[in-house]
Write a protein that binds this ligand. Structure first.
Ligand code: IMP
Ligand code: MG
Length: 176
């Protein structure tokens, strides 16, 4: 059986960049005299991270972790696997976790508790997209870009089976 898919633009690249600028303004204001360590969650957050740090008007460091919860499906597997950890110690650092999207909250919930155990001085969460319908873990988001409906979305770093990360608009992907 053939799989057909269709795309519908949810947010244009200019709508996205307007909100990234707002988030960058908020972080710049809150971290004025500090030097936060931004930890991006690979792979999805790399586009957001690249845009965000170029708009932050403060000294900062960047690191990445790689986790996987979806495999090649559009439904969370319920298990978070750490594929790659941090490259240096975060002890005493003011950490901002940068994530592409929060759906059930499983991934960030897991990640935040691991980072807490590693002795960060403070931890905040910055998320570009949050799914409106909350089905799982309650995660307090300190900096939020935009909310999205409970659909599978691709573009702006987000993938389906490894594809579509380079789309500059955020698109709803319908598989029929
Ligand atoms: P959660 O653990 O259910 O919150 O899922 C979060 C992770 O699943 C994110 O880091 C994304 O990588 C991925 N994800 C969740 N929803 C979507 C989506 O709509 N499109 C693409 N990836 C998604
Ligand atoms: Mg992710």
């Amino acid at each position: 059986m053939k799989v057909h898919s269709s795309f519908e633009t949810l947010y244009t690249s200019s709508e996205i960049s307007e909100q990234v600028s707002r988030v960058a303004f908020e972080i710049t204001r809150d971290y004025e005299d500090r030097c936060p360590l931004l930890i991006g969650v690979l792979k999805g957050s790399f586009v957001f991270m690249a845009d965000l740090i170029r708009l932050l008007n403060i000294p900062l460091e960047v690191d990445f972790v790689k986790v996987e919860s979806y495999g090649s499906s559009t439904i969370s597997s319920g298990v978070v696997n750490f594929i790659q950890g941090l490259s240096s110690s975060i002890e005493g650092k003011e950490v901002i976790v940068v994530e592409d999207i929060v759906d059930t909250g499983l991934t960030v919930n897991h990640l935040l508790s691991s980072i807490r155990d590693m002795g960060a001085a403070s931890i905040r969460l910055c998320v570009m997209f949050e799914k409106q319908l909350k089905r799982g873990f309650l995660v307090p988001i300190d900096y939020l870009g935009m909310t999205v409906p409970d659909k599978f979305v691709v573009g702006y770093g987000l993938d389906y089976k490894g594809q579509y990360r380079g789309l500059s608009n955020l698109q709803i992907l319908e598989l029929h």
